[in-house]
Design a protein around this ligand. Sequence first.
Ligand SMILES: Cc1cc2nc3c(=O)[nH]c(=O)nc-3n(C[C@H](O)[C@H](O)[C@H](O)COP(=O)(O)OP(=O)(O)OC[C@H]3O[C@@H](n4cnc5c(N)ncnc54)[C@H](O)[C@@H]3O)c2cc1C
Length: 309
Amino acid sequence: MSATRAVILAAAQNKWLEERASRYKFVRRSVSRFMPGESLDDAVRAAHQLGARSLGTVFTHLGENIAEAAEAQSVVAHYLKVLERIRAENLATEISVKLTQLGLDLSPGLCEQNLRRLLAADGTKRTLWIDMESSPYVDATLMLYRKVLAEHPNCGVCLQAYLHRTPNDIADLLLEKPSIRLVKGAYREAGNVAAQHKPDIDARYFELARTLLVAQTAGSVRRAILATHDPRLIQQITAFAAQQGMGRKQVEVQMLYGIQRTLQEKLARDGWKSSVLVAYGTHWYAWFMRRLAERPANLWLVLRNIAAR
Ligand SMILES: Cc1cc2nc3c(=O)[nH]c(=O)nc-3n(C[C@H](O)[C@H](O)[C@H](O)COP(=O)(O)OP(=O)(O)OC[C@H]3O[C@@H](n4cnc5c(N)ncnc54)[C@H](O)[C@@H]3O)c2cc1C
């Protein structure tokens, strides 16, 4: 991991910096590059605009680790409202939730109840996605995912290619017909837990993407989402899918709002499934810092916004 990335990821967890960053207009302007706004209305407006360009959407409401069960209830209440709104506006939108937001740190039982409430409300047409957080949460997340999957086959989980354990996790999950969103991984992890160098992570990502696409064709994965902005990997993945004779609608690439917009649209125009994860909410600091860490060149965006003050 580069020193810059390590420093930015450490700063992502700093409460003092978070409190100060939120006060500055130039920071908020930089954040707006990656978020349509802080409210659900902003996210819905973005979903309509993206939908008009054949891009599906996934909403995630940004939040922090919670300290009380009542906070988890208000997260659930918010997502129930989101699901109603998605139905009312007939949007091609799914949701992606963090289990810590649903109470995982307080009690896995409470978190499971909350997740089940959302799954029951979501029906069977869409996939409800579970984000993957830092490595200490992986066991608990996968345990809960397995518990709900049999009853709710429309539940999906994110897996991180940088973790050494992920090939085994995928092999185990394939027995249960999961839906998997594959990402590289966004947290600061030690070398004994996760690969540290981009070429290693990219090679592993491509290998796991191939495994998932083949498994999806064979019916042992319900839905595979390749979530990456990496043009080289996307080229390799689409070439592999074509070689395998897969239809373009069987391959879904997902990116974050505001990143590689031209590529997102080109994929959709070329007939691949292309979708966008739209984050919104007031607790954007740690999330925004992870976006800076992924591409330290984004610091220039912040500097340009300071200059434009
Ligand atoms: C839909 C989606 C869901 C995700 N969910 C999770 C999750 O649940 N858990 C988790 O740990 N991680 C999640 N991530 C983040 C992921 O782990 C990576 O940190 C992130 O996607 C960057 O990796 P990359 O695959 O884009 O490749 P990289 O090698 O980081 O980037 C490849 C290229 O993409 C572009 N790019 C990448 N990131 C940025 C950026 N921030 N700003 C501007 N350009 C950029 C650049 O051109 C870069 O050269 C998610 C990512 C996506 C797209």
